[in-house]
Design a protein around this ligand. Sequence first.
Ligand SMILES: Nc1ncnc2c1ncn2[C@@H]1O[C@H](COP(=O)(O)OP(=O)(O)O)[C@@H](O)[C@H]1O
Ligand SMILES: [Mg+2]
Length: 549
Amino acid sequence: MEIKPDEITKILRERIEGLETESADLSEVGTVLSIGDGIARVHGLDNCMALEMLQLPHDVVGLALNLEQDNVGAVLFGNWEEIVEGDTVKRTGKLLEIPTGDALLGRLVDPLGRPLDDKGDVNTDQTRPAEFKAPGVVKRQPVEEPMQTGLKAIDSMIPIGRGQRELIIGDRQTGKSAIALDTIINNRDQDLICIYVAIGQRMSTVIQFMEVLEQHGAMDNTIIVAAPADEAAPIKFMAPYAGCAMGEHFLYDGKHALCIYDDLSKHAAAYREMSLLLRRPPGREAYPGDVFYLHSRLLERAVKLNDELGGGSLTALPVIETQAGDVSAYIPTNVISITDGQIFLESDLFHSGVRPAINVGISVSRVGGNAQTKAMKRVAGKLRLDLSQYRELEAFAQFGSELDPETQRSLARGERLVAALNQRERSPLSVADQVVSIFAGTGGYLDRIKAERVQSFLEDLITRMRAEHADLLARINDTGQLSDDDEEALGDAIKDMVDDFGPDFDEQGNPLEAGESDRVRSEQERARPARAAEEEAEEEEPEREEVPA
Ligand SMILES: Nc1ncnc2c1ncn2[C@@H]1O[C@H](COP(=O)(O)OP(=O)(O)O)[C@@H](O)[C@H]1O
Ligand SMILES: [Mg+2]
């Protein structure tokens, strides 16, 4: 048969002209070059974007992380063991998106939004990008609303505002997660959506966490995102971004959300693992060079939006676990410098019975002061100073030298303030309850009670206040203010309570019953005329002579 080039060209031209580019499936397809440890190298995806989702066989999802000259390095989610060399990889043209929406409330999900609890499917078709550029300064407004943790020690001295980033840092077993849990419980009815991101924890711990929240009725406005210890590094790496995206759904809807990342040390370790497998060059402590950017771009997404954008807020409470209290390691210093302050927990304090074990001297909140309720500000103004004075004097008093009455008074006050700030876990207090407790300490009412009895005194006090002065408590809770009249009434109520409770000391600080307090007794002894003491010494001398040499 004779071939006529003209005819062929004509046919081809007709075909091409009739092509509808929209309906044609023009996705770019590549092939897997190598696979191992959940990381694939893919050839042929020339136009692939960073953080683009890739489609692989067996429902495996890939995330393009390394864009190199002749291949793309991707981490895989799902059954990556089934992938073999030569498998086809399809571009999706979409950046990684996370399912979001109200349907997630009350659920325990993995970082891709798939349920890990037994409550069935998550029915939502809304999604948000996992990585989202943080709003600039023009879109923000100052942090001014309190985010109450319900913990006296934090709300009085290290107040946190909605939209703030406050780091919780400390060794293992110092009560970091307990603070997170109490905060969520305290906010069950405060119009604050809580998202708890558990990274690298045991699944049993996470489930226990959820059960406690359910018991306290706090799960309805909470989402738990879990990337447990046995998950692959990419899943752990994704978890905080997923939690943040779920929070942003509420943020950009004009609501208030709180994201707790527990903890970012394990997140950094997962990123290091992933980066080394992707053959990125290791830097300090073998972390890749961009580990600072990893955390800063996450925490920068915490924001208080301006009113035109709805005035929503996203508060971030990242957690960092230190080794032997070393805050100068790489990851802790990074996150300290990114956040607006830190709550520093210490093992020594924890074991000496200070719980929550907060080191007041080095814990700060750099923006939350504006968000503290007026009532709390009024009663807690001098608290921090008194406590640091106490810690200083305490160290000094250990030398056992004679202490003047003024120093003794400061020590006694400090001891009671420390006792007053102690709080059992899972029992967060309302603003008014906290104000009452703190005022009893800073107002000097607790000075007449032995430090060991302070805790039970405060419990009785709050019970009685709720019964007899409910209106006063309600006023503090509703307005956040403590008027002069209310302060006076509160003082009188506490004084009455001291009398009924049975004080250990009189108004001058003398013990009411013998042997009540060692410190006050020694003060009394010293107050006796010096002559008497000398006589006593002389009397003792002959006895000593009788001792055989
Ligand atoms: N305020 C508290 N009072 C009493 N026990 C506490 C308090 N806070 C924490 N704990 C206990 O201390 C232990 C460690 O707490 P956890 O929050 O798990 O520490 P971390 O998260 O720092 O490892 C837990 O057994 C917890 O019950
Ligand atoms: Mg913990």
